[in-house]
Design a protein around this ligand. Structure first.
Ligand SMILES: NC(=O)c1ccc[n+]([C@@H]2O[C@H](COP(=O)([O-])OP(=O)(O)OC[C@H]3O[C@@H](n4cnc5c(N)ncnc54)[C@H](O)[C@@H]3O)[C@@H](O)[C@H]2O)c1
Ligand SMILES: O=C(O)C[C@H](O)C(=O)O
Ligand SMILES: [Mg+2]
Length: 586
C-alpha cells in the first residue's frame, strides 16, 4: 500500500543534533521508507542519496530474508509476528513481498487467516498506523472528497468490508480493517497486483459489538449499526464515488453480515464481486471437483449436508449445483442433493419461521412434517457422502458424527470451512482419527499434516485465497465490465486445472501454495476467456493471444518485487505504466 509520509520539515540546516538530523532526513519528503534497503548497491544508494544512512554492507536478499525469519522466530506470540510483518510491509514493501512470495506456507498464516482474526480482535489496541481508508457514516454526502485523501493516483482493486461478520468472529466494527489489508497483501503476493494500486476500505456504519462500544480504545464511532436501508444508501454513494475517482476499478466485497442485497444491487452495474459468496463458491467447487472424483460415486448419487446456511454456504452449494447441471443433471434434481442446517435446524418449508430469501432455494419439502433440529439427526436421516461446515461453530463435527460419516462411506468428504482455526468444525487430526484416515479433507484455516501408520497425510486448504487474487487480476487485465457467474465458475476450473500430475497422484484437492503465482495465472486466464466469451472485455487485444501467449502476458503484468528499485528499471513498471520514479508521490 502507499506510504503515508511524515510531514516533518527537514532539519538539514541544523547541526545541533545529529540524531534529529538523521531522523528528519529519513522521514523527510526526499525519501520514502523503502529507500532504506540494505540490498541497494552503491550506485542506487548514490542515486537515492542514502549513502551513510544505510549500514555499509550491501546485502543479498538471502541475507535480508534470513534476518527477517530470525526476527520472526524470536517473537514469542503470533500478534508480535503479525505486527512485525505489518511494519515490514509499510517500511520495506519489496522485501516484505519477496519474503511472502518465497515463504508462502509459513508467512500467509501470519498476515492472513488465522492470525489476522486475532489481529482484528485486538485491532484498536495494536494499532500504530493507518493502513487503509476508513469511510465513516459521519462522512456520508462527502465520500468523494474523502477518496481524494488517498495518496495513490491509480487504484486497480479495492477490498471493502463493513466489519459486520469478520471471519467467524462476529461484528468487529472498524477492527475488521485487518481483513481488507490481509486480502490485498495476498492480491499482491499471489497475483502481482501492484501494492500501490490496492486500496483496503473499512466502512464505519457502527457496531453491535458491546465490548467494542465500551472499549475506550475502540477506533470506530461509538454507535449501533445504522439500518439496512441507510447502509445501502451509503454503499450507493460509495460505489458512485469510487467509480468517479477510479473508473472501472474492481470492488471486492468482504465479510458483510448480509451481503446478498449489495451483490444483487451492483453486480450488473459495476465491476464487483462478493468473495464470501462467489470466491468461496469457486474455491470449494474446485476442491469438490477433485473430491467427488476421489469418492468414486457418480454425481447423481451425491448427498451433501451443509452445517450453516449463510452467505458462504449458499454460495458454495449454488456453485456445486452449477457443476451438476453442467454435467447433465436437471437443476431441480441437483438442488435436491443438498440439505442445509442452520441455527434452527434443517432448513425446511414448514419449519415455522420465515426463511431468509437466500435459503429458500435449498429449503426441503420432503421432510413429511418432521423437523430435524441437530446436525446429527440430519446426518442420520441423509447418510451424506459429504459434510460441509460454514457455521462458525468450532468442533460441531463431533467424533460421533465423523465416525458415522466413515461408516456410510469408503471415502467421506469432510470440509470444515469456518475460520479462523478456533471456529473450524473439526481439526484435520480429528477428521483423520475418527474416519480411520479415510476422510477427503479440506479446511478453511491451515492445519498441520498428520502422521499415521508411517504415512503422512496432507490437509487441503479450501480457502478463497486460491481464487480471489486471480479473479481480480483477470478482471483488471481484460478490463471486464462486470464479474459474471460464468467468470467465477471459470476461476474454479482454472484452479482445478492447475494441479500437477504429482499432486493429483497424491490425491491432493488443492495445489501447493508455493506455486500460487502459477495458479493465479491459470485462474486469471480462465477468467479472461470467460469475460471474452460474454463480450464483456474492454481490452480486446487479449482476444488474439493463444493461451500460452496470454499466460506470458499475464506474467509480465505481475508486480515483481525483485525488479523494483533495480537501477535498470523494472519491466513490470514500464508495462504497467507506473511512475518510474518509485514512490515519488509519497
Ligand atoms: N473457507 C473459506 O474460504 C471461507 C469463505 C467464506 C466464509 N468462511 C467462513 O464461513 C463461516 C460463515 O460465513 P458466512 O459468511 O456464511 O456467515 P453467515 O453469518 O452468513 O452464516 C453463518 C451461518 O451459520 C449458521 N449458524 C450459526 N450458529 C449456528 C448453530 N449453532 N448451528 C447451526 N448453524 C449455525 C447461521 O444460521 C448461518 O446460516 C465463517 O466462519 C467464515 O469465516 C470461510
Ligand atoms: O478470510 C478468509 O480466510 C476466508 C473467508 O473470506 C472468510 O471470511 O473466512
Ligand atoms: Mg471473507
Amino acid at each position: 500500500m502507499p506510504m503515508f509520509r511524515s510531514a516533518t520539515p527537514s532539519q538539514n540546516g541544523s547541526n545541533s543534533n545529529i540524531h534529529s538530523a538523521v531522523h528528519s532526513a529519513v522521514h523527510s519528503r526526499a525519501h520514502s521508507p523503502s529507500d532504506f534497503d540494505t540490498s541497494y548497491d552503491d550506485s542506487l544508494r548514490a542515486q537515492l542519496k542514502v549513502r551513510g544512512l544505510l549500514p555499509p554492507h550491501v546485502e543479498s536478499f538471502e541475507l535480508q530474508k534470513a534476518r527477517c525469519l530470525e526476527q520472526i522466530a524470536q517473537k514469542s506470540n503470533t500478534i508480535d509476528k503479525y505486527t512485525y510483518l505489518s511494519n515490514l510491509r509499510n517500511t520495506n514493501t519489496n522485501l516484505f513481498y519477496r519474503l511472502l512470495m518465497d515463504n508462502m506456507k509459513e508467512i500467509t498464516p501470519l498476515v492472513y487467516t488465522p492470525v489476522v482474526g486475532e489481529a482484528c480482535l485486538k485491532w484498536s489496541h495494536i494499532y500504530t498506523q493507518p493502513e487503509g481508508l476508513y469511510l465513516s457514516y459521519a462522512d456520508r454526502g462527502n465520500l468523494r472528497a474523502v477518496l481524494d485523501n488517498w495518496p495513490a493516483e491509480k487504484v486497480d482493486i479495492t477490498v471493502v468490508t463493513d466489519g459486520s461478520r469478520i471471519l467467524g468472529l462476529g461484528d468487529l466494527g472498524v477492527n475488521g480493517m485487518g481483513i481488507p489489508v490481509g486480502k490485498l497483501a495476498l492480491y499482491t503476493g499471489c497475483a502481482g497486483i501492484h501494492p500501490e494500486r490496492t486500496l483496503p476500505i473499512t466502512l464505519d456504519l457502527g457496531t453491535e459489538n458491546e465490548e467494542n462500544l465500551k472499549d475506550p480504545l475502540y477506533l470506530g464511532a461509538k454507535m449501533h449499526r445504522v439500518t439496512e436501508a441507510e447502509s445501502l444508501e451509503f454503499l450507493d454513494e460509495m460505489m458512485i464515488a469510487l467509480n468517479d475517482k477510479w473508473p472501472g476499478l474492481v470492488v471486492q466485497f468482504e465479510d458483510f453480515k448480509n451481503p446478498f442485497p449489495s451483490l444483487e444491487r451492483y453486480r450488473n452495474t459495476y465491476t464487483c464481486f462478493n468473495d464470501d459468496i462467489q470466491g468461496t463458491g469457486a474455491v470449494i467447487l474446485s476442491g469438490m471437483i477433485n473430491a467427488l472424483k476421489l469418492t468414486g460415486i457418480p454425481f447423481k448419487d451425491q448427498r451433501l449436508v451443509f452445517m450453516g446456511a449463510g452467505s458462504a454456504a449458499v454460495g458454495v452449494a449454488k456453485q456445486i449445483v452449477q457443476l451438476f447441471v453442467k454435467n447433465g443433471i436437471p437443476e431441480d434434481e441437483a438442488r435436491r442433493m443438498f440439505w442445509l442446517v442452520d441455527s434452527k435446524g434443517m432448513v425446511t418449508d414448514d419449519r415455522g419461521d420465515k426463511l431468509q430469501e437466500h435459503k429458500v432455494y435449498f429449503s426441503r419439502d420432503d421432510n413429511e412434517g418432521k423437523q430435524y433440529k441437530t446436525l446429527e439427526e440430519v446426518v442420520d436421516l441423509v447418510r451424506p457422502t459429504g459434510l460441509m461446515g460454514l457455521c462458525t461453530i468450532g468442533g460441531v463435527f463431533t467424533e460421533s458424527i465423523l465416525r458415522k460419516m466413515a461408516s456410510f462411506n469408503d471415502r467421506p468428504i469432510i470440509f470444515p470451512l469456518s475460520n479462523p482455526s478456533s471456529k473450524s468444525e473439526c481439526t484435520f487430526a480429528q477428521a483423520m482419527e475418527f474416519t480411520n484416515n479415510k476422510a477427503i479433507f479440506a479446511s478453511g484455516s491451515p492445519f498441520p499434516e498428520v502422521e499415521a501408520d508411517g504415512v503422512t497425510y496432507y490437509p487441503g486448504q479450501g480457502n478463497n485465497m486460491y481464487v480471489f487474487p486471480g479473479i481480480g487480476l483477470g478482471t483488471v487485465l481484460c478490463e471486464s465490465v462486470h464479474v459474471t457467474q460464468e467468470m467465477i465458475y471459470a476461476s474454479a476450473v482454472g484452479l482445478a486445472d492447475s494441479l500437477t500430475e504429482e499432486e493429483r497422484a497424491k490425491s491432493w484437492l488443492y495445489p501447493s501454495l508455493d506455486r500460487i503465482r502459477d495458479i493465479s495465472v491459470s485462474v486469471a486466464r480462465h477468467v479472461i476467456r470467460a469475460s471474452q466469451a460474454e463480450n464483456l472485455d474492454k481490452n480486446k487485444t487479449l482476444q488474439w493471444l493463444s493461451d500460452a501467449d496470454l499466460d506470458t502476458y499475464i506474467r509480465t503484468k505481475m508486480y515483481n518485487p525483485a525488479h523494483e528499485h533495480s537501477p535498470a528499471g523494472s519491466p513490470t513498471r514500464e508495462i504497467h505504466g507506473f511512475d518510474t520514479k518509485p514512490h515519488s508521490k509519497f
